[in-house]
Design a protein around this ligand. Structure first.
Ligand code: AMP
Length: 282
């Protein structure tokens, strides 16, 4: 596995390989890797000649300083995991390598309502930061396919729109959510949960699964209220939102007939740790 830290060197290396007709699969991450990230590497590996993973904790997408400061870092372990998964290149830039001070990284894209709901509503500035960093990374790596997890469904939808808006000519692939055997969606933040919080966190996926299993029995609004109550009954859980949305527009649905595909999404603080998860209902 080759390691790059310099953006120009990686860009040159990638362009050469692309010019030689090789397909590049790209998996951007913030490190503290787990089996969810590794599943993206494995899917990328099966469909491309070269797999590149970036590890960069992007300061511009954090709206809480403490969340950024405490974001878990485990570079050595991450590199071992990537190597064993067969990743070809790891890109570990510092902040200056991604954002040289000479340039302006503000984007002109208007995402409309899609970015104002769910995470966009609760984490002001988050998606502007995510788009900034991913656009920059895509310009450096020039991949054939960008691999994103469904775990961050709104992020996937927004980045897909961004890639289309800037006509980047990159395919965007969505990869399934990898869960612990308990049902908890894998997340780098899970390692910051205490044992008690880890147990409480199971209620998130459990509620989403129950919504999926029972959707025919009730309308979206009643189901949402029912499970908001369930989640709020645990003193360790502070729900930020629980929404049942249309998979295409990300807008909340009032009736099941409003959509061809519905997704239940949740964000909650468990203790001090903010977790998100979602389940496709149909
Ligand atoms: P992150 O390091 O949290 O920025 O995540 C990097 C990529 O891994 C994103 O595309 C995430 O959606 C994806 N990812 C994170 N957790 C999971 C998971 N449990 N299952 C599948 N993909 C995931």
């Amino acid at each position: 596995m080759i390691e790059f830290n310099n953006s120009e060197h990686l860009n040159e290396w990638c362009k050469n390989n692309k010019n030689n007709g090789l397909r590049i699969g790209f998996v951007p991450t913030m490190g503290a890797l787990h089996d969810g990230h590794l599943s993206l590497i494995s899917i990328a590996k099966a469909n491309n000649d070269i797999v590149i993973c970036s590890i960069f904790v992007n300061p511009t997408q954090f709206n809480e300083k403490e969340d950024y400061d405490k974001y878990p870092v485990s570079i050595k372990k991450d590199k071992d995991l990537l190597f064993h998964e067969g990743c070809d290149v790891v890109f570990i830039p510092n902040v200056e390598a991604i954002y040289p001070t000479s340039k302006d990284y503000n984007l002109d894209i208007d995402l409309g309502e899609m970015a104002m709901v769910l995470e966009g509503k609760h984490r002001p500035g988050h998606f502007e930061g995510v788009m900034q960093v991913v656009k920059r990374l895509l310009e450096i790596v020039v991949p054939t396919v960008l691999y994103l997890g469904k775990k961050d469904y709104q992020q996937y939808s927004i980045l897909k729109k961004m890639v289309g808006y800037y006509q980047m000519g990159i395919e965007v692939a969505q990869c399934p959510i990898v869960r612990e055997p308990t049902g908890l969606a894998m997340s780098s933040r899970n390692r910051r949960l205490t044992e008690k919080e880890g147990k409480a966190a199971l209620l998130l996926s459990k509620s989403l699964f129950e919504i999926r299993n029972n959707w025919k029995l009730n309308n979206p609004q009643s189901l949402k209220n029912q499970y908001l109550e369930v989640l709020s009954s645990d003193p360790l859980i502070e729900v930020e939102y629980l929404e049942i949305i249309d998979a295409a527009s990300l807008m909340e649905i009032k009736n099941w007939t409003d959509t061809e595909s519905a997704i239940a999404c949740v964000a909650a603080k468990v203790g001090k740790i903010r977790l998100i998860d979602n389940v496709t209902i149909y």
